[in-house]
Design a protein around this ligand. Structure first.
Ligand SMILES: [Ca+2]
Length: 390
């Protein structure tokens, strides 16, 4: 959006007109959605292949089940990752994570995201900040959102941006960039999370929100997809597409850092011809995909000062949960969570030559995640309690 357009938007905003519509009418300003009425017949266009076949789903399930028997696999179920994070006291490395700190409220900016301190725009599109503090008002007024009206998930402010142009398959995307308060450590595991809700004025949905992390900041002079590969794809385990337009949902995933990552970009990086997207609500006023986002977090899965066991494993021997910790001895503190992230067991056991056994007869068969801590070291590993051991 040009400086002049930004200024016009500010002026329209100050007049209390609908800023979402102002954005829509801004012309070639990075977002150029078309009214649904003018697009209805385009809904018959070839929409990218979105629905996986039953066979593909079965293959995915088989792959998932086989991965679960690999106790050293790093990926753990999202619900469990969230529960582990709640148990930890790790520091959030995202500055101004809830978009509450804002400046330049009455000064025109290239986009309203820039009113949130320490957030930047990595392209020439125009991501937004929305404000529920109507006395001060920094960014767009949440009261002017029409059918897409939504209060922030946390505090008075939230961010928002376009993730897909809808069935016309236009290129517009919007991204948010910030600099983490500390660089990521090599080979360390981190949890990435944010809250999202679909702006219900926009009927489309994509399958994930991507998070790219890198050593340097990036700026690409484009309205469209950034040429980056995100390390994290935040998905909703209960919904193939991010369709929820009424309630905030937290998306959580984990990844292992290369080391040195300091910058983070949020958006959908999929190329136009492979983006996974649907029209979730054909009755919505506009056919694009626009998400509100709030409370972004990147947190180490292990507390500061605690190192990770290089070799740790857990398995079910038919009677007990058996832990292996590369020859360490002493008392190991054990927390077990089920596949839904529920904390089912906390105990301490004596490690003998790196091995300990925890009785788990009373718990049902299934996937579990165990966190073990001993001698300032920690590991989080999966195991499957099976019938009669495995
Ligand atoms: Ca907020």
């Amino acid at each position: 959006m040009s400086h002049q357009l930004a200024k016009e938007d500010e002026q329209k905003l100050s007049k209390g007109t609908d800023p979402a519509r102002n954005k829509l009418r801004a012309g070639r300003g990075g977002e150029h959605p078309v009214l649904q009425a003018g697009r209805k017949r385009e809904l018959n266009f070839q929409v990218p292949k979105m629905w996986r076949t039953r066979m593909e789903m079965n293959n995915m399930l088989n792959a998932l089940l086989s991965s679960l028997t690999n106790t050293t696999a790093r990926a753990i179920p999202l619900a469990v990752a969230a529960a582990l994070a709640a148990m930890a006291t790790a520091q959030n490395l995202v500055p101004n994570p809830s978009f509450e700190d804002t400046v330049d409220c009455s000064t025109p900016t290239q986009c309203t995201l820039l009113k949130a301190t320490q957030w930047y725009n990595p392209t020439i599109s125009t991501p937004d900040v929305w404000d529920a503090d109507t006395a001060r008002l920094c960014g767009y007024d949440v009261r002017t959102q029409g059918v897409g009206q939504m209060q922030p998930q946390d505090g008075d402010r939230m961010a928002g941006g376009f993730f897909w142009d809808g069935p016309s398959n236009g290129p517009t995307r919007e991204y948010m960039l910030t600099r983490l308060t500390d660089e990521l450590a090599p080979e360390a595991a981190y949890q990435v999370s944010l809250w999202y809700v679909r702006n219900a004025a926009f009927g489309s949905a994509v399958d994930h929100i991507g998070v790219w992390l890198g050593n340097d900041s990036i700026h690409e002079p484009t309205w469209g997809p950034m040429d980056l590969m995100p390390q994290v794809r935040l998905r909703d385990p209960n919904s193939e597409y991010l369709t929820n337009g009424t309630q905030w949902t937290q998306l959580v995933d984990t990844f292992t850092a290369m080391g040195g990552e300091r910058w983070l970009i949020i958006g959908n990086f999929d190329p136009q011809d492979s983006i996974q997207a649907i029209v979730a609500d054909p009755a919505a006023p506009y056919s694009n995909c626009y998400y509100y986002m709030d409370h972004v977090a990147v947190e180490a899965l292990h507390e500061a000062g605690i190192q990770e066991f290089v070799h740790a494993a857990a398995y079910w021997d038919g009677r007990n949960l058996v832990l292996h910790t590369e020859g360490f001895s002493g008392t190991v503190t054990v927390d077990v969570l089920d596949g839904l992230g529920r904390h089912v067991c906390h105990s301490e056991a004596g490690l003998t030559e790196g091995q300990a056994a925890i009785p788990m007869d009373q718990y049902p068969c299934g996937l579990y995640v165990v966190r073990m801590r001993c001698a300032q070291r920690e590991a989080v590993v999966k195991f499957v309690k099976g019938e009669g051991g495995q």
